[in-house]
Structure formats: C-alpha cells, structure tokens
Design a protein around this ligand. Structure first.
Ligand SMILES: [Ca+2]
Length: 377
C-alpha cells in the first residue's frame, strides 16, 4: 500500500511538474548520453533550513539521473549535523553516502531542528528517521561529540571532512566534479592547503585543479538590496578561510549572492501541501521546527545546488567574468576581467518564477522505490 501511494504521489508530482513537455525540451538541450553531474555538497546543515531543502533537491535530481551525490561534508561543528545529513540520505534510499565532519569548525551551537529530528522516535521507541551515524554521547569538557575517524573508517561514522574530500576527489575522473558549497569556507580552504596523503600524491590545490570543474557557492552580496553594512553570514563566520579559498580556488567559481536567494522564497504552503506522501518527512519536519510555522524562507543554498546540476536550463543569468575579493570585513567586491575565473549568479523576474517552481517540484519529489537501489559513492 505504501508502495502504491508512493507511485501515485510520484505520478501526480510528475504531472504537476509538467514533466511531459519539460522533459522533451530538456532532452533537446541535454544529450541523452550526458553523464550525471558528480556532486560534493559542503554545508553548514543546521544553521538554516535551506541547507536541508537543498539536500532534498539534490536527491531528487539524483533520482532523475541528473547528478550523483558523492559525499557530504559539514562546515558546522555540531555533533548532530552529520547524523541529520545521514538520516536525510537514508530517507532517500542512499544511506551509504559518506559524510564528513569539520574539525575545530565554526558554529557549534545546536540550532533548532537537528537534535529533535535525529532523536525522533516512533510509537515502538525506534528511530523515526533511521540513520547509521550517531551523535556520540561520550562527552569531553561537557561538549557532546560525534564519533568520527580517518578515511579508512567504516561509513557508520562521520569521517574527517578534508580527508573525505581528498579521498572522494582522488577516486573521480579528471575534470568531473561539481563542488557545491553552501556554508563556510573552512573545509575547502583546508583542502587547498592539504598535503599529499594515501588518497592522492597531489597537493590539495592540484587535486582540485585536476578533478573539479566548478565551484558553485552561496555567499556574499553585490547590490544595495542586501545587508550592505554587514558581511554575508557564510563569509562572516570564517573570514580568513573565505578570503583564501576565493582567492586561490583554481577552477571556475560561480557565487550565488544573498540577494538572489532572498528573491526566491520557498513557500510555506508547499511544506503544508506537498510532503504528505509519507506520514513523517524529515525535511518538512525540520522546516516546521526551524521557525514559527508557517513562514516562507529564501532559497539561498538551493540556488547553488540547482545551478551546479542544471547550469544550462536557463534558471539563472550569469555576470561577465571577473574576480571576486572577500575583504577583511567579509564584504564582497567584484572586478570584471576577461581573465577572471569568477561569475555572479543572477535571475530576472521571469527566472525567479520559473526557478522557484522547479525547486518546489524537486524538493518535494518522493524518494525512489524500491529504496534498496542505492548508489555507491
Ligand atoms: Ca547554509
């Protein structure tokens, strides 16, 4: 019965998403032979709800064979962030995706939704949202820590983020990985500085240059509509890492600024209406916990994830080439230059409408059935 409901819900969803005509257009734009985009998702999951929606959207795109989520790394240093990512991955039938945790990272605070969703139980006392990675109850100086280990550890623990990034990149074909970064630059700055190890004889900088095609990141602001007097959150929380990473990152970089995601608001009505295909949905549950519901929320992190997987769908515009600089106060400056590697993501009013519709459809798309069909990272 549950099976049937899923199928029915999925059919309705496809119809609502206008997949018939849209799919025909997409086929014309994207060769059938096109490989799924290999994605690494680096997130500060737990600080805002758009990270959770973005992860749901990536899973939907993987179900459509448009991307393959290789690994998730966390720049938020809280013990419940990795278990939460793991339970979302598990909900979508992909609990074997490795998760990496930052060491001595930023924003250790718990936030609103990580712990209640990780610890939610059903009537039998079993986890409502199964997950293999557990927050470790063993405390050190009163702080709860997640178990994590080196790159050879089993996937039932969160791995150290930079080691996981190196291991993951080393295993991919050259020029094949899209990095989606929607939190702080901590992990990626350290990755650039990393030394050769058992995963790869390359330095981090050279490993990135060889394996990565695009860094799609949410950060900064460039218009008078943003919080001009303060730096954008993702930059403010680790300014030295952001300055270094943006300056030294060796591949094309597309930055989705604060004002873009702010213009595309995920609607509360979708949370109320579109996630009822299961009794308990971890992302909808997290959304309801994050702020006093109902509320709409900017789609900051979704923009970077969607652009990385569907760069040629016309959802966004791009600035000319140039160089972005992060200042000592976490402000962003853009200097146009044909030699630059950076672009800024934009959207016209028409694109805002169309992009939001795609995001809502994708985020609320049910998981694949059967769930046993997992993808090896
Ligand atoms: Ca984020």
């Amino acid at each position: 019965m549950k099976h049937l409901r899923h199928l029915l819900a999925f059919s309705v969803m496809l119809a609502l998403c206008g997949v018939g005509n849209a799919a025909a257009a997409d086929v014309a734009n994207s060769p059938a032979s096109r490989e799924p985009v290999r994605v690494i998702f680096d997130t500060d999951m737990g600080n805002d709800i758009d990270d959770a929606l973005a992860l749901a959207m990536i899973h939907a795109l993987q179900s459509r064979h448009e991307c393959r989520l290789l690994a998730v790394t966390l720049s938020k240093d809280n013990a419940y962030a990795a278990p939460f990512v793991d339970l979302v991955n598990t909900f979508y039938g992909r609990g074997n995706i490795p998760v990496g945790r930052v060491t001595n990272g930023k924003t250790p605070e718990l936030g609103k939704y990580l712990k209640p969703v990780v610890e939610a139980k059903n009537a039998d006392g079993q986890p409502l949202y199964p997950h293999r990675i557990q927050p470790d109850a063993a405390t050190d100086s009163g702080k709860i820590k997640v178990r994590y280990a080196g790159p050879q550890a089993a996937d039932s623990v969160a791995l150290e983020a930079v080691a996981l990034l190196r291991r993951t990149l080393a295993a991919q074909p050259d020029g094949s990985v899209a990095m989606v970064m929607v939190g702080f630059s901590t992990n990626l700055a350290r990755l650039l500085d990393s030394a050769p190890d058992e995963a790869s004889p390359l330095t981090g900088h050279n490993l990135v240059a060889r394996k990565v095609t695009l860094l799609s990141m949410m950060a900064g602001h460039f218009t008078g509509n943003g919080p001009r007097n303060v730096g954008e959150y993702n930059l403010v929380k680790d300014i030295p890492a952001a300055q270094k990473m943006v300056k030294d990152w060796p591949t094309p970089l597309v930055m989705s600024p604060w004002e873009l995601g702010y213009a595309i608001q995920y609607p509360a009505v979708s949370i109320e209406r579109d996630y009822g295909y299961v009794a308990h949905h971890p992302v909808a549950e997290a959304y309801r916990l994050y702020m006093k519901f109902p509320y709409n929320r900017p789609t900051w992190d979704l923009t970077s994830a969607l652009y990385a997987v569907r760069p040629d769908h016309g959802y966004f515009g791009l600035s000319e080439l140039g160089t972005i600089t992060v200042t000592d106060t976490a402000m962003t400056e853009f200097a146009p230059s044909p030699q630059g590697r950076h672009r800024i993501l934009t959207a016209s009013p028409e694109q805002v409408t169309r992009t939001l519709e795609a995001m809502v459809c994708l985020c609320s798309q049910p998981p694949d059935e059967p769930k046993s069909k997992e993808t090896k990272p």
